[in-house]
Write a protein that binds this ligand. Structure first.
Ligand code: NAI
Length: 207
């Protein structure tokens, strides 16, 4: 079913999850499309349209059962299982990700860390010893890796991508160079700057 849902809708699903988590924290059992829309800065019809993509969840005049909707969205995103992850590039961003324990709590287990810097090789982060990147190719051939988190400098990005592509199922790419997906490997390019630059626009255009 997931394959039929447009990418634009999929990209909105994590936001729905965040909002539904807030409702669950407040022990709210049902929520209307209008209430969801207000939290998301969207419209009730947009919310209904999104949810119609994966079956009719709401009941007219009744709204959505928060827990059911939350479980369904998690299932669609595939968040109801665990993912084996590796991290390549244990510098500033890499270490921030490793040290953010919530990722492992929600099923993203970083199983191995690779870096080129001899000063980092052998150092442990959250109990995982950094391996020399020379072992990366061998490791991903022998282990079934779902996601590689890529945090290497721009100049090293393409050569690392060549090692990873078609061997890991997904690359969460923090390097500034955008990477393309292949038939086997999905890619999400992350640019923290985008949010910062948008913020700056709004600071400068308040009226
Ligand atoms: P950093 O220099 O602190 O860390 C990079 C790490 O990669 C270092 O530990 C280095 O030894 C390692 N490395 C270099 N070549 C490697 C290779 N071939 N294989 C494995 N490890 C290798 O850099 P920082 O600040 O963590 O940034 C990492 C990347 O993220 C850079 O490309 C940077 O431009 C980018 N960046 C992305 C942002 C975003 O929003 N996506 C925001 C800021 C930086």
């Amino acid at each position: 079913m997931g394959n039929d849902i447009s990418k634009v809708v999929i990209k909105r699903l994590p936001r729905y999850l965040r909002v539904l988590e807030l409702f669950m924290e407040r022990e709210v059992e049902r929520v209307s499309s209008k209430e969801l829309a207000i939290k998301l800065g969207s419209t009730a019809s947009q919310v209904r349209q999104d949810f119609n993509c994966f079956g009719d969840f709401g009941q007219h005049g009744y709204g959505y059962k928060v827990k059911d909707l939350y479980a369904k969205i998690k299932e669609i995103l595939g968040l109801n299982k665990k993912y084996s992850c590796i991290l390549v590039g244990a510098g500033n961003i890499g270490q921030a990700i490793i040290n953010y324990s919530k990722f492992s709590n929600i099923g993203f287990d970083i199983e191995a860390i690779f870096d080129i810097n001899p000063k980092l090789v052998g150092v442990s982060f959250r109990g995982i010893e950094v391996c020399d990147v020379e072992n990366l190719n061998d490791y991903i051939q022998k282990n079934d890796i779902d996601i590689a988190i890529l945090c290497v400098p721009e100049i090293q990005t393409l050569q690392t991508y060549e090692i990873l592509k078609n061997k890991v199922r997904g690359i969460w790419n923090f390097a500034t160079v955008d990477l393309n997906p292949t038939d086997y490997t999905s890619v999400e390019n992350v640019h923290l700057n985008d949010g910062l630059f948008t913020l700056v626009y709004f600071i400068n255009n308040r009226n």
